[in-house]
Write a new protein. Sequence first.
Length: 246
Amino acid sequence: MDPLPLTGERTVPGVAEENYWFRRHEAAYVELLPYCDGAMVLEAGCGEGYGADLLATRASTVIGLDYDALTVAHVAAAYPRVRPLRGNLAGLPIRSSTVDVVANLQVIEHLWDQEGFLAECHRVLRPGGRLLITTPNRITFSPGRDTPLNPFHTRELSPSEMDDLLRGAGFAVELLAGLRHGPRLSEVDTQLGGSIIDAQLDVAVHGVEWPAELLAAVTSVTAADFEITTADLDASLDLVAVAVRP
């Protein structure tokens, strides 16, 4: 199975230069796995499918929903544990009150109508069902700005904005946490003489060859190198939320 092409935003497994971002996303999936035990899960915006496949190790059923036809075909061929489905997140092609968990990881920042999407999540969840959601923290991802630096993003959220958005959609917020570098990645930053994130962005912006030291650091990253905590949310890299439909 050939890998999906990089889009400049979607991360995929098995690409050395993408490993930092892949593992950063994977860390959130690992943290949220226990909420999927035995559950009927809809991943709304499943992308390449690696996350849906990971959720399928604990869930009874995982539906991987994406709008892109090539992506859906890839998921069908690459991840037999996932039930692929093509559809629009603006109107989820799922009956009301039928799923236990909606997973939406690193997707909501791409949506123009975030309120409408959350209303759809609320609709398809059974009472007591959970929405698992992650997104870049606007405060650290686009510092000092109301508009995103990333051209693929439409609206980024701060911790308080995420909390307000979820409560406004009728959810009870069970967990609002932040993902950040753990101790080993802090050591890597020191060894590189600056942030591993900034170093990767510098290579991307200037189109230069990857320095050997940076590539070695990036390929060494694992999901365990990140930590998720409720402390100092404004300083987190990504927001991680669990919201319950009453």
